[in-house]
Design a protein around this ligand. Sequence first.
Ligand code: HEM
Length: 126
Amino acid sequence: MKEDKITRENVRLFVMQFYAKVFKDEIVGPFFIAELGEDIESEHWVEHLEILVGFWTAIAFGTPKYTRQLFLPHTKLVNLKKETFERWLKLFDETQDEVYVEKIAEKFKERAHIIAGNFMRNLAIT
Ligand code: HEM
């Protein structure tokens, strides 16, 4: 059954489900593997996943506040293209629709699309 209320547990579930797709994806996967390595259970990956759980938890609840530099790590990624962002967003939207009822999923998707749009503008990706 789809979640009709946001909880810290289901935000974590969402992030894990999203990243299971990201990791296997032929377009976005390699960007993460280049930074974090091929073992999704490694310390670096676990740390990244925790950061992401923290990020989406902060978006959902406003607390604990997200205090890290969001944009900076993305400036290091070479060869990011429009199609990379499109695929990232497709996987994000798909996973939202799997985990949450429409009303909640649409809110998360809206935030992700706005942030991705800002990234693309800042990185001059057209
Ligand atoms: C083409 C799309 C994207 C790719 C390939 C990508 C890839 C990455 C990579 C490789 C990292 C660094 C991992 C590390 O070294 O620890 C990262 C960090 C992160 N990304 Fe993305 N990203 C994308 C889009 C987005 C979007 C649209 C968002 C938010 C809506 C986002 C949120 C984050 C966050 C919160 C971090 C952690 C930053 C930190 O370490 O403080 N990413 N991303």
